[in-house]
Design a protein around this ligand. Structure first.
Ligand SMILES: Cc1cc2nc3c(=O)[nH]c(=O)nc-3n(C[C@H](O)[C@H](O)[C@H](O)COP(=O)(O)OP(=O)(O)OC[C@H]3O[C@@H](n4cnc5c(N)ncnc54)[C@H](O)[C@@H]3O)c2cc1C
Length: 495
């Protein structure tokens, strides 16, 4: 018997779930609030420039391979492994540290600040790697029906890793390295998770292993949005329709099951099964109006950093700027601990810069460059008013100009700014939090919002705020987990 699935949201989690289910014979339809597909993995086209809106690189490409096989398609885009992962500059210094996978080259970068670097790094990465392989299948890539299930899974992991639960990423680096530069640079993985190394459990040092040893970092030929273009192309072949500018705001139930979701125009979208790719905590509060996910309760949860992003078109080539860069200051610990609570000014911000057109020349007209800047800032709980966005923009541009020895202001011919408010409004991100719910111990595993609904047996969730967590490969794993649940309940409709 045919079953209709309605997916709310066309983010990476929604699209990959749609394709996995369509390959099992489910009839899939998607409703999307935004005007284009992809969610945070979106695109901005302006003044002849093309920018990826959010993600710029990722690891664990093999999750996309697994997805393609499962969905019965060829991967419709081309990965490109980054040779140099990124460069880091500290304010007040001309030195740039280039982060390579090759440990000899990496050791050369740190030879003046960290004696015996290679040996120390090998030990650090070995520990991260051992832990990664100990938990990858036992904990990360699996569903939990309840807390006992989760605790049982945890009990199967060697107890020698237990201290990683209460140590922080910073503590772990501090046990292995002495120099401020090494510790600060390799603690940036905590920011990739949307938090700081001072409040992220040491278990996440496994990310250094995934970036430096296991799979490295990759982007996509022609820009990250090729992922979305490729997936929507495949969706079309499988008769999956996507309805844009359609926001789900209400619901109707009948006999204990969800009957339909209702959009902003009052139109009812009926289905047998519903998959929610909107934020799994926010949706439960905003649409299902569950008291456990009221604004008061959500405000008390730990959310990831909010993005302040700039998309700049430059009238010349910036050959002096590497592809991916982190520009850090000289007060790392103080800045990290204060920035998300809005208790430090943005006069001297920390930020990331990607020269988009370096890897994708088509994204800028000839002789010009496209720049993407991401500055982690407080979410709307801590900073509601973004009317100072022009001041923050000027601070970033003047700092970057100083550090690159070029008056960037004179060369900017296109400028777009997105504040946390804009991000929140575009994709229903709770209070503008960029990566969804944070990943401390109280918000992972069975403590994270579940990928099945508490009340309706025909409702499921996929994406950054449910299992397993944030980032592109995690969204792909999330679609695998939710598909497993649906198949277990409703079966294969055809093979
Ligand atoms: C600035 C930034 C930079 C990032 N950089 C990286 C990176 O370099 N590497 C990496 O791996 N990850 C990165 N990430 C994280 C990554 O983008 C996300 O983890 C991932 O894209 C989340 O996908 P998703 O499917 O969970 O959700 P989303 O992409 O948020 O998709 C959810 C979709 O649901 C829609 N929706 C929401 N509510 C409704 C509703 N009520 N009705 C209809 N539609 C609705 C939204 O509009 C959206 O399209 C970054 C994120 C940001 C914000």
């Amino acid at each position: 018997m045919n079953k209709k699935v309605l997916i709310t949201g066309s983010g990476l989690g929604g699209l990959t779930t749609a394709l996995r289910l369509a390959n099992r014979g489910y009839q899939v339809e998607i409703v999307e609030k935004f005007s284009t597909p992809g969610g945070r993995l979106n695109q901005i086209k302006k003044d002849g420039f093309t920018f990826d809106m959010g993600p710029t690189f990722f690891s664990m490409t093999y999750e996309f391979d697994e997805f393609a096989t499962d969905a019965g398609i060829e991967i419709p885009f081309t990965f490109r492994e980054l040779d140099t992962l990124y460069a880091v500059n500290f304010r007040g210094s001309e030195k740039r540290y280039f982060i390579h996978k090759d440990l000899d080259k990496l050791a050369e970068e740190f030879k003046d600040v960290e004696p015996d670097f290679k040996n120390k790094m090998e030990k650090f990465l070995k520990r991260g790697g051992d832990f990664f392989h100990a938990v990858e299948y036992k904990i990360l890539k699996r569903n939990y029906n309840n807390i006992w299930d989760y605790l049982l899974a945890m009990s199967k992991v060697n107890p020698k890793y237990l201290p990683k639960l209460w140590r922080t990423v910073w503590d772990e680096l501090d046990r292995h390295f002495e120099s401020r530069e090494v510790k600060e640079i390799f603690s940036l993985v905590a920011f990739f998770l949307g938090a700081t190394p001072f409040d992220t459990p040491a278990i996440y040092t496994l990310l250094s292993y995934t970036e430096l040893v296991h799979d490295g970092y990759h982007n996509v030929e022609g820009g990250m949005y090729k992922i979305v273009e490729g997936l929507t192309g495949e969706a079309k072949k499988k008769n999956i329709t996507i309805h844009y500018n359609t926001e789900i705001v209400d619901y109707r139930d009948e006999n204990g099951a969800l009957k339909s979701l209702v959009d902003q125009n009052g139109k009812k979208w009926e289905a047998d099964i519903f998959v929610v790719n909107s934020d799994a905590a926010y949706f439960r509060g905003k649409v299902f109006k569950r008291p456990e996910f009221s604004e008061e309760k959500l405000d008390k949860m730990r959310w990831t950093l909010a993005p302040f992003t700039l998309y700049l078109g430059i009238d010349k080539k910036l050959d002096e700027v590497p592809l991916h860069n982190y520009f850090l200051g000289d007060n790392f610990e103080e800045y990290s601990k204060k920035v998300f609570k809005n208790t430090i000014t943005f006069e001297k911000p920390y930020y990331y810069v990607n020269v988009v057109s370096r890897s994708d020349p088509g994204s800028a007209p000839a002789g010009k460059d496209a720049l993407f800047v991401l500055c982690p800032v407080p979410d709307l709980r801590f900073k509601k008013d973004w009317s100072d966005k022009e001041i923050i923009t000027r601070n970033i541009i003047s700092d970057l100009s100083e550090r690159m020895h070029i008056d960037l202001d004179k060369h900017i011919i296109s400028q777009t700014v997105m504040t946390p408010e804009d991000w929140g409004n575009a994709f229903n991100l709770y209070k503008g939090s960029g990566l969804g719910l944070g990943h401390d111990l109280r918000q992972i595993g069975s403590f994270r919002p579940k990928n099945f609904d508490e009340k309706y047996a025909n409702v499921f969730y996929v994406g950054a705020t449910t299992l397993p967590g944030t980032g592109l490969p995690m969204a792909v794993i999330s679609s695998k987990l939710v598909t497993e649940r649906i198949i277990k309940k409703y079966g294969l409709l055809h093979t």
